[in-house]
Design a protein. Sequence first.
Length: 308
Amino acid sequence: MKLHIVLDPAFIVDLFLPATDPERIQRITRIHRHILVGSRELRKVWDRLVEQPPFRDNAFLQEALGDWFTDILTSASKYHSVTVDEPSKVQGEVNAFEKILLDTAYASPSKIVVADMKYAVRAANPELTYVSKDAFSKPAPPSITMSQVRDVLKGESNLKKDLFAIFETPIHLQVSKSDDPDVLAQYFANFYDQKLVIQDKFFIGNEKNEANFKKYILPHLKPGCDIKIRAMIKQNDQAQRKKCSLTKQAYAKQKDFKIDIDSIEETREDLHDGYIESSAYRIDIPYRMFVFGEGGKTTANSINIRRK
């Protein structure tokens, strides 16, 4: 997932230094992977990089820096321009450079600042999310836990060391049998868009699965979302066919969403794999909607999220 980030300009220098340090390589990888947010004020700071080492007195690097600026400033997939708010929303005692970073972050879509900021500055500006240089320099772990997800989404501190770990695909998420299904639902929603396909083999046969869909999926969808649910019905099971028909009729009355149930006979197609699929992402969920569990506690599951 591409995040909009306001980046300490010092990290831009990494792009033009030898890629021999593993932490520098990781920073370079993330700079290329995500979308840099800039304002007129921040771009002036970028322009002054040419006066500093290693660019000063090095015509080759000066030209390379200029070419890089030209490249990103003309690419919507690499750069997002914002206009800072007037009057400034920045609170607390900050220097001129910190104010520029924070002003730009307040105007950005995700309000993420990648820079080492003092605790007093972070505390005075709690609406923003902060990632330290150390966290930005570390690769994502092979797998993440719901504890890490909860810390990023619900944690009291606005310093988020695992922010990139939970959003950079591919993701392997370990869910325990006692995690919070509301946090899991909120997390999944980051990968949704206006069109979803949900494959849940037992959606018709297991009332708990449908109940979890209503409780943990629907509230996180935007109005107008088009949802197709692929569910299995047993061959020659008239009671299940009738239930499927009634369920379709009930969802047809939904005003906010378009929900269609594709009922597939068990002999016609293998629906073993459970997943939620948006236009850009696929979330593989072996326990399907029952991953949200019951009684406010999730079902233990290993979930994979990947970009399509």
